[in-house]
Design a protein around this ligand. Structure first.
Ligand code: GAR
Length: 206
């Protein structure tokens, strides 16, 4: 991706939106190099959307249940996101897989943050799966979305310890603290410096 003056981010959320908030806070500083131009979701009444509204940003919701097919939902998401002309699309706690049409429209510019050290523990229940496995360290991964499940080229990873008394909640919260810093740092660099992907290796710069 070449680096525009200030990169336009569309962020998709499904829940609390603390990662979105971290991006909003960082982008308040013009030197960050990116700004959130719209926030979308696959459900109503979530704190992530409320955060966007408080920030004065346009929001949109497209629920899978509103469409006859999953492909129809995917195209509707693509169409509404396209209207905001994003340089990067950031899935920040977005709990749906985007499909082929969506990915084709934003080729190589869709990022997802995941609460585990991929390729370990892909899927919807990463902190719980990591705890059940008994790993001593976990973390978060920022990656470029491809057609698979949490399988795309890795931009950045951060590790946290797993403590003996951890619950899913305490582990996920520790991951999220580290995840937010990683997300903000990495999205800023991607926006300011651009990036290339060769043989799965993501490199900052043009
Ligand atoms: C984050 O930990 C993110 O990695 C995870 O949901 C959380 C969202 O928190 N995403 C996934 O599990 C995607 N499979 P937030 O709504 O407070 O930003």
């Amino acid at each position: 991706m070449p680096s525009p003056a200030v990169a336009r981010l569309v962020v998709l959320v499904s829940g609390a939106g603390t990662n979105l908030q971290a991006l909003l806070d960082a982008a308040a500083e013009p030197s960050y190099g990116a700004r959130v131009v719209a926030v979308g979701a696959d459900r109503d009444d979530i704190e992530g959307l409320a955060r966007a509204e408080r920030a004065g940003l346009p929001t949109f919701v497209r629920k899978v249940s509103q469409f006859e097919t999953r492909e129809g939902w995917d195209r509707a998401m693509r169409d509404i996101v396209s209207r905001f002309e994003p340089d990067l699309v950031v899935l920040a706690g977005f709990m749906k897989l985007v499909g082929e049409d969506f990915l084709a429209a934003f080729d190589g510019r869709v990022l997802n943050t995941h609460p585990a050290l991929l390729p370990a523990f892909p899927g919807m229940h990463a902190p719980s799966d990591a705890l059940a496995y008994g790993v001593k360290a976990s973390g978060a991964t920022l990656f470029v979305v491809d057609g698979g499940v949490d399988s795309g080229p890795i931009v950045a990873q951060v590790t946290v310890p797993v403590e003996p008394d951890d619950t899913v909640e305490t582990l996920h919260e520790r991951i999220k603290v580290a995840e937010r810093t990683m997300l903000v740092d990495s999205v800023g660099r991607l926006a300011r410096e651009g990036f290339t992907i060769t043989d799965r290796k993501v490199r900052f710069g043009r």
